[in-house]
Design a protein around this ligand. Structure first.
Ligand code: UFG
Length: 356
């Protein structure tokens, strides 16, 4: 199989074409950053994305950052036969499966869409991975599987899985169960469930970043969109929680760190001989409150943010952050970037976006 690249800045002749990695949802927020890190680590990512929640401009951004031309297949992962065509076309050594819906609130309104898209997509990827003997797979899971942690703020991979508080969260729990059952059946496959905490920020080039559709639900895009004037003001949901300053605490992790965790994950899977499944937290191990984020933003950007306190948001976890010892021990990976860098990169991305 030949590499489909055209570039004058990179020696593709020397590339090992046994390094094809399927990246479903590779044009999305975490996907696009992961594609960049894969290329920088000698892999050849192939993006499968139908652009329903992403934009082709992110592929252009990846190509600009890496100086490569990317193979992209405009394919819905729920379309089995179209997805199978991609498996026939490339001899994948690994798969990173991002493609899924991810908005908690929307999942409550449209549960069937979430179960349909997130579970059928995963089932198709697993069916084809086993059929085409692709043995290394990373699944995008979430710290949402822990729900509201009991009597602790820091969660390890052994912490209890609480009943999901949204259909979105349930698709991640069911996804992990499907994977556990597949591995328990003796399938010859090695799988990592990476449980992300709060991925934020953007690539430092400001060529790729988060592209929220409609009014953003997540904190950092809401902050940057308020500062740039797309939103009038930002509401902090609740200031009477039992936390350092009354606002909720999360483990915000730079998206490039999250992307690198996938590269470490694929490398580690390649070294393992026997089938396995491991759940691994992907966070920084540090908690940051909503107010701390606001203050960090004001400090980093020099902008005064128009914010107000409002009522609590239903379903919000009060305080949660990752125990990161397992990712260090197993993957030899840890987050390197600070919350300040995350906020700065998210702000640079927002400012750049406005110029498009
Ligand atoms: N927040 C505000 N105002 C806003 C937006 C958010 O105060 O306009 C607060 C929230 O109340 C919360 C914190 O900022 O306390 C973080 O909220 P996000 O929506 O950015 O992130 P969540 O932790 O709620 O959600 C994330 C992922 C979900 C995942 C969940 C698991 O976005 O996909 O973690 O806990 F399910």
């Amino acid at each position: 199989m030949t590499a489909r690249f055209k570039s004058n800045s990179f020696n593709f002749e020397a590339m090992d074409t046994s390094k094809y990695i399927l990246v479903t949802g590779g044009a999305g927020f975490i996907g696009s950053h992961t594609v960049v890190e894969l290329i920088e680590n000698g892999y050849i990512p192939v993006i499968v994305d139908d652009f329903r929640n992403s934009e082709e401009s992110s592929v252009k951004g990846i190509e600009k950052i890496t100086g490569t031309s990317i193979s992209v297949r405009n394919t819905d992962v729920c379309d089995f036969s179209k997805l199978e065509k991609v498996f026939r076309e490339f001899n994948f050594t690994g798969i990173i499966h991002f493609a899924a819906y991810k908005a908690v609130g929307e999942s409550v309104q449209k549960p069937l869409n979430y179960y349909q898209n997130n579970l059928v997509g995963l089932l198709n990827v697993l069916q084809l991975a086993t059929k085409y003997k692709v043995k290394n797979l990373v699944f995008s899971s979430s710290c949402t599987v822990y729900g509201e942690p009991k009597n602790t703020k820091v969660v390890t991979e052994e912490s209890a899985i609480q009943p999901a508080n949204s259909p979105y969260g349930n698709t991640k729990q069911i996804g992990e169960e499907i994977i556990n059952d597949l591995v328990a059946s003796g399938a010859d496959i090695k799988i990592l469930n990476l449980r992300y905490f709060n991925p934020v920020g953007a690539h430092s080039s400001a060529l790729i970043g988060e592209l929220p559709i409609g009014k953003p639900n997540n904190l950092i895009p809401a902050v940057t969109q308020t500062a740039i004037g797309k939103l009038e003001k930002i509401t902090i949901f609740g200031n009477d929680y039992d936390t350092i300053d009354g606002t909720c605490v999360r483990d915000y992790i730079h998206v490039v760190d999250v992307a690198n965790a996938h590269v470490s994950g694929i490398k580690w899977l390649e070294q393992q001989e026997n089938s396995l499944v491991e759940n691994i937290n992907i966070g920084t191990g540090k908690g940051t409150s909503v107010l701390e984020i606001i203050h960090t933003f004001e400090e980093v950007s020099g902008e005064k943010l128009n914010w107000e306190f409002g009522p609590r948001r239903e379903g919000d976890v009060v305080e949660i952050f990752a125990d990161v010892s397992k990712s260090k021990r197993i993957l030899n990976w840890e987050a390197k970037k600070t919350v300040k860098e995350s906020v700065k990169d998210a702000w640079n991305w927002e400012k750049k976006e406005l110029k498009h």
